[in-house]
Design a protein around this ligand. Structure first.
Ligand code: SF4
Length: 166
């Protein structure tokens, strides 16, 4: 696990719930039955029919990029409920691009249903925080048991709700 590089989605889950991160990694099939996740995928797919295609960097799938003076990362999301986690997911994509020598320091999150978008900037402190997060993710995934249930209001909408509470 020491060389394991998480995907962008694992970074997103790390900032939402450590248990979700663990369960997703080891029990991926639960996610496919969740309505909210299916809706999110359908939104992305319908957007991509008339737009740019997603690109893959390391084991992360970036929704799409544009080229300005530098590479701009674009991520599509359904709701702003986990905006902070979304921001770190985009920062992580920028981090991965920079690790590959690609000049990027800026991203945009598109909240299509809300018709809103927010900008994400990347700085040197972000680099250190992402490296810390990667280390913590490796530690969590090395545990023999999933982390504890977090008992948050958003748990009722999580794909793992039944697994955690019933
Ligand atoms: S139901 Fe709650 S505790 Fe369980 S994985 Fe989802 S967010 Fe985490």
């Amino acid at each position: 696990m020491t060389d394991f590089e998480p995907s962008g989605l694992l970074i997103d889950y790390f900032y939402i719930c450590k248990r979700k991160l663990y369960l997703y990694f080891y029990k991926i099939s639960f996610e496919n039955t969740n309505d909210a996740i299916q809706i999110g995928k359908e939104i992305e797919e319908s957007f991509f029919k008339d737009s740019l295609k997603s690109i893959t960097v390391a084991n992360s799938k970036i929704d799409f990029i544009t080229i300005e003076d530098k590479v701009v990362v674009h991520e599509i999301k359904k709701s702003k409920a986990f905006e902070s986690a979304h921001i770190w997911q985009v920062k992580y994509y920028i981090y991965q691009l920079r690790q590959k020598g690609i000049d990027s320091e800026y991203g945009i999150i598109h909240y299509l249903l809300l018709k809103r978008k927010i900008s994400v900037n990347f700085n040197e402190m972000d680099q250190a925080r992402i490296q810390e997060a990667i280390e913590k993710i490796r530690e969590i995934l090395s545990l023999s048991q999933p982390p504890q249930v977090i008992k948050k209001p958003f748990c009722s909408k999580c794909a793992y709700y039944e697994y955690c509470y019933i």
